[in-house]
Design a protein around this ligand. Structure first.
Ligand code: ACO
Length: 325
């Protein structure tokens, strides 16, 4: 008997050129580099240029992932873009990415789960592969999240950045005696009763505007560590592995204190935790694939490694995915 598994063929990322440091931000809003680093561990973030849209960031990350995989757009059947900041209310950013890659076949759609978007998209891609709807899926997390910020609100504007990351998943048939690889297990959760703890006060159906980010920071913090660790344990349980088996933990990069808290609660050594929040800030759905790309490019994540992805965000939504690289 054969088993279809979704394996990782390649990863890639893109960051806009412009870097905004905490010190620069402190010139326009009442904050300081010290406060930001101490509370959330962020030093700087990238900001998309005027006229540079989410689909542009996504295409750049997609091209990097295709190069990394040695594939072309002709080899892709499905594009999923996880984003909260699409270029337009519709069509989906994913169809714009499809057009910009010159892809005239297959299908493409966006997925909205805010900061958990990439983990949701990876899980959705895995299901599509296992159901035979697609063989190779380009999964992208892309955001111009800073366009949702009120730059006079110091409680939110210091936290976020722009960027994109991509991963190509491919369905392969494992022979009976072949060891498991690719996506081994995932778990997704949401609880809409927390919607107003982290939300944007606008939308096509309510105000007709894009709106700005609002957050009850301490409430988000209070829920984050428990929800993250619960879903990581649920994923491990499904796969039969334990925390001790993990080679790498690649969490959503929202906040160094949340990452450290989750790592400590899981009992993970800090050297197994991939952290890029200091240089990327919170890029929402882009943060996990951006961190993955860094750790693959610098040689930390290698074929055969056991990698746990995790994210939590607005909704609340949260989820985790375990991958044998
Ligand atoms: N610079 C300086 N002072 C600030 C800033 C800032 N950027 N932001 C808030 N403050 C002030 C507040 O005004 C307040 O001042 P006051 O006491 O005079 O009223 C003081 O700092 C403390 O405010 P709190 O909100 O209680 O600060 P807290 O210690 O909770 O830290 C923070 C705020 C860092 C946002 C924290 O709640 C947190 O980390 N929450 C998680 C939020 C998060 O990570 N969100 C990302 C999106 S969600 C996700 O992706 C999981």
């Amino acid at each position: 008997m054969t088993r279809i598994r979704s394996i990782v063929r390649g990863v890639g990322s893109y960051l806009p050129q412009r870097v905004l440091t905490n010190d620069e931000l402190a010139k326009t809003v009442d904050t300081s580099d010290e406060w930001i680093q101490q509370r959330v561990g962020i030093k700087e973030r990238h900001i998309a240029a005027e006229g540079e849209f989410t689909s542009d960031l996504a295409v750049a990350a997609a091209r990097a992932a295709l190069d990394n995989a040695g594939l072309t757009p002709d080899d892709i059947d499905l594009i999923i873009v996880a984003t909260t900041t699409p270029d337009y209310t519709f069509p989906a950013a994913a169809t714009l990415v499809q057009m910009k890659l010159g892809m005239r076949h297959g299908f493409a759609f966006d997925l909205q789960a805010v900061c958990s978007g990439f983990v949701y998209a990876v899980t959705t891609a895995d299901s599509h592969i296992k159901n035979g709807l697609a063989r190779r899926v380009l999964v992208i997390g892309a955001e111009t999240f800073t366009r949702l910020l009120d730059w006079t609100d110091r409680t939110t504007c210091v936290l976020f950045g722009d960027g994109a990351g991509a991963m190509i998943l491919e369905g392969v048939e494992l022979a009976e005696d072949e060891p498991e690889r690719g996506i081994l297990a995932s778990a997704l959760r949401s609880d809409g009763q927390h919607w107003d703890k982290l939300y944007v006060d606008g939308g096509p159906s309510s105000t007709g505007t894009a709106g700005h980010v609002h957050m009850q920071g301490p409430e988000v913090f209070r829920h984050a560590v428990g929800k993250i660790t619960d879903v990581v344990y649920a994923t491990l349980e499904k796969s039969g592995y334990t925390v001790a088996d993990l080679d790498w933990f690649v969490p959503h990069q929202a906040n160094k204190r949340i990452i450290d808290g989750a790592g400590a609660k899981l009992g993970l050594p800090t050297e197994k935790v991939v952290t890029t929040v200091d240089i990327h800030a919170n890029t929402s759905a882009a943060s996990v694939p951006l961190a993955l790309s860094v750790a693959v490019a610098d040689g930390r994540i290698k074929p055969g490694d056991l990698v746990m992805l995790e994210a939590m965000g607005g909704g609340f939504t949260w989820g985790a995915s375990l991958i044998r690289w």
